[in-house]
Design a binder for this molecule. Structure first.
Ligand SMILES: *[C@@H]1O[C@H](CO)[C@@H](O)[C@H](O)[C@H]1NC(C)=O
Length: 215
């Protein structure tokens, strides 16, 4: 009797030894549930019970339409996996202890913020209103801090390739690609205003301002 009672009042979880116990002490468990003093017995196992729909995830049908779930599952038909600790941030428990995390979260319990493509250039991944975002150092921007910032601007088609560094198109130079290059210098005070293009002072003309108008 003592052995049976100890076995039958184990916590609600299933493993092979317990299954063996259920079968071997079945009569005792059932009998005890009818005991006049109402001795606590977790369940009555009815070997002819049928469960429809069936018990899932190796749950056992112990009474008509009553499933006894294996460890890690719950629900009427043991359809739900349980995760301890619970999946955080809207994560879904796929199987015991295994959470599927929504985008932007990671870690065993979805408790960590995750920026899918990472944060580059020293950016930090943090949650802003439940959404993972990269917080970038001051000289970088973009969803993953992939874009450098050139405070001076990059003009004339130049692009900012590193903080403060412009890469210029052919024919332009300078920190902001603001200086045109004239391979042959402009003469007579003319100014190089775009690649190989001189703007001449009054009275001068020609590609390099090399000619003077005669009046
Ligand atoms: C369980 O269901 C079966 C079939 O529906 C039925 O014959 C049986 O009497 C039921 N058992 C109990 C304990 O209700």
């Amino acid at each position: 009797m003592g052995v049976a009672r100890r076995s039958c009042t184990r916590p609600i979880q299933l493993d092979l030894p317990l299954l063996a116990c259920l079968v071997t002490v079945l009569g005792v468990c059932a009998a005890r549930s009818e005991a006049p003093r109402g001795v606590a017995v977790p369940f009555v196992f009815d070997p002819s019970a049928t469960c429809d729909p069936r018990c899932q995830h190796a749950g056992i049908c112990i009474r008509n339409n009553t499933c006894f779930c294996s460890r890690g599952y719950e629900g009427e038909t043991c359809q739900y996996a349980t995760c301890y600790p619970k999946c955080k941030n809207g994560g879904e428990c796929l199987r015991p202890g295994k959470c599927r995390c929504p985008p932007g979260f990671g870690g065993k319990y979805c408790h960590k913020v995750k920026c899918d493509t990472g944060c580059w250039n020293g950016g930090d991944c943090i949650a802003v209103n439940g959404v993972a975002k990269c917080i970038c150092p001051s000289s970088w921007t973009g969803s993953k801090c992939q874009e450098a910032i050139c405070p001076q601007g990059c003009r004339n088609g130049g692009s900012c390739v590193a903080p403060g560094i412009c890469s210029c198109l052919d024919g332009w130079l300078g920190g902001a690609c603001h200086m045109a290059v004239c391979h042959r210098p402009c003469l007579n005070g003319g100014k190089c205003v775009s690649p190989n293009t001189c703007r001449c002072r009054p009275l001068y003309f020609g590609p390099r301002c090399e000619e003077r108008k005669m009046y």
